[in-house]
Design a protein around this ligand. Structure first.
Ligand code: RB5
Length: 150
């Protein structure tokens, strides 16, 4: 799977570990930065890169990491077609894809450790949207909200 990753200073170290991890599992990984620890960098810049890659189809999924995961998810959800959520447990990580077609996973490196993050990421990338009628109905309502917003 083509997966884009990005992180600010709060998540860059975990991002580097997850890039290695996903590549070792055979995924095509795009590391969209940060490429070094810059305490003054800003999570919206990396959210824009990763969400943009998902929106334009360069990546099928995105993973964003900041300190809490919250800022990254708020920013990523501003990009049309992106459905981002913070998940620090395996159930949410796979069900978010299966039911809600979540396409960007957000993690907080100050919340979750490396090994738990790897498990959450594996469940996220291993999951597929079910396409069940009730979930499609809900997804279409979300898409309509996106169209209606100004
Ligand atoms: C940056 O220090 C921190 O605020 C950021 O990484 C993130 O946690 C925002 O939600």
């Amino acid at each position: 799977m083509k997966i884009a990753l990005g992180a600010d200073h709060g998540g860059v170290n975990l991002k580097d570990r997850l890039v290695e991890f996903l590549a070792s599992k055979g995924h095509e990984v795009a590391d969209l930065g940060a490429y070094s620890l810059e305490p003054e960098d800003d999570y919206p810049d990396f959210a824009a890169r990763v969400a943009g890659a998902v929106q334009n189809g360069q990546a099928e999924r995105g993973i964003l990491i900041c300190g809490s995961g919250v800022g990254a998810s708020v920013a990523a959800n501003k990009v049309k077609g992106v459905r981002a959520a913070v998940c620090h447990d395996c159930f949410s990580a796979h069900q978010g894809v299966e039911d809600d077609d979540m396409n960007v996973l957000c993690l907080g490196a100050r919340v979750i450790g490396e090994e738990a993050a790897k498990e959450v990421v594996e469940r996220f990338v291993g999951a597929r949207f079910s396409g069940a009628a009730r979930h499609l109905r809900r997804l279409n309502k979300v898409r309509q909200m996106e169209k209606d917003s100004r």
